[in-house]
Design a protein around this ligand. Structure first.
Ligand code: GTP
Length: 363
């Protein structure tokens, strides 16, 4: 079975972290996001993945190579962004013949793709969309289903109170090869906005409701939630990489990941829900909670990081506080005593010596 993974988006809502790496390579625990997707596909009986790449394609090609987790990986490279529909049409020659899977590469899910495909075949439509229930559908595409499981209406980002249901498009689909007739050639197209409404009108679009693990990685809070979900699967609670050093007077609260070569100083309290990547240095008396620290970041003595993400080699000096959805770009330097809070983003390589207490981007 073949699957096409949409892996070429800019990830604009996760800038500045996505300025220097594709979202699919963002770390979650001991592996990047992409690995979780590929493992689930491999376990579900997929043998070949077509990786639709555009933004920072080379980083993905270098990381994944021609095969991973027993999957053959073929790259479909776009000269310009083709959106969520164009890459499917572009890969037609690689996909034609049998029904195939398409996935947004920024989704983490344990959906049983075998069951999804069986359901698709049983219904006989042109497309089947995996649907997952959420408490607030307004950020997603919500659907209305008829009693036979057909999607009758597709409402992208419905206003609060006007959602047709709490079931949303999970970004995981099965398509019959007839789908190619519905996608325009040679230009960017949105599968959600241009193709699904037409299929719904023609009564050829079905929904497959599933209740397992699901989260996408659109905004920083989603990324932190994905991190929490993946870490909570660690049976050992706290996973430590090779050569990680935690001072005996430090405390680690599960679930937590501490990568190879990382160091944590005395009297620091780390976790829960925290990914500390390889070669991160955390000083003494620090508090790090519900956060992700990319490789090589440094957290100086008595600093705290809460619900925040530090980019690669970012440096917090001493007595620094980073909180509430803030993102610190790679190689940034936050000076002694500075507080950064309320969704502030700092561009890569910036130096910040005064506190920033309201949402803004520091370029
Ligand atoms: P934002 O820019 O923050 O909206 O993030 P995004 O780039 O992930 O966009 P979006 O959430 O709409 O994308 C859904 C999925 O489609 C993601 O897995 C993207 O990587 C992928 N995607 C979006 N645009 C393109 C594109 O032009 N080409 C390819 N190959 N994939 C795309």
């Amino acid at each position: 079975m073949k699957a096409l993974v949409l892996a070429g988006g800019f990830g604009t809502r996760l800038r500045p972290l996505s300025c220097t790496r594709p979202k699919m390579l963002f770390p979650i625990g001991d592996q990047p996001l992409m690995d979780w997707t590929l493992k689930n596909l491999s376990q579900g009986g997929v043998d070949t993945v077509i990786m639709a790449v555009n933004y920072m394609a080379e980083a993905l090609v270098r990381y994944l190579g021609p095969t991973k987790f027993d999957l053959g990986i073929i790259y479909s490279r776009e000269q310009r962004p083709l959106g969520t529909g164009g890459p499917i049409k572009k890969a037609r020659e690689l996909l034609d013949g049998e029904p195939f899977l398409v996935l947004n590469g920024d989704v983490i899910s344990d959906i049983d793709v075998r069951r999804l495909i069986e359901y698709h075949k049983a219904k006989g439509g042109i497309a089947t969309v995996a649907l997952t229930p959420v408490s607030d559908p307004s950020r997603y595409g919500a659907v209305e289903l008829d009693w036979e499981g057909r999607i009758t209406r597709f409402v992208e980002k419905p206003e609060k109170g006007l959602e047709p249901s709490n079931l949303i498009n999970a970004g995981i689909y099965v398509f019959d090869p007839k789908i190619f007739d519905y996608i325009p050639d040679g230009r960017a197209a949105s599968i959600e906005r241009e193709v699904f409404p037409v299929l719904a009108n023609e009564r050829k679009l079905y929904g497959f409701e599933f209740h397992g693990l699901w989260t996408d990685m659109g905004i920083p809070d989603d990324y932190l939630k994905a991190n929490q979900i993946i870490l909570s699967k660690y049976e050992e609670g706290v996973r430590m990489g090779e050569g990680a050093k935690v001072d005996p007077a430090a405390k680690i609260l599960a679930p937590c990941y501490i990568g190879p070569g990382a160091e944590v100083g005395a009297d620091s309290l780390i976790g829960p829900n925290t990914t500390i990547c390889d070669h991160v240095l955390v000083g003494k008396g620090c508090r790090i909670e519900n956060s992700i620290l990319f490789p090589g970041a440094t957290v100086g003595d008595y600093s705290s990081v809460k619900n925040a993400i530090l980019g690669e080699n970012a440096i917090l000096e001493r007595w620094v506080k980073v909180e509430s959805g803030s993102l610190i770009g790679d190689y940034s330097m936050i000076r002694d005593g500075v507080t950064i809070t309320d969704g502030v983003s700092i561009c890569p390589s910036k130096e910040v010596s005064e506190s920033i207490l309201e949402r803004r981007q520091v370029m």
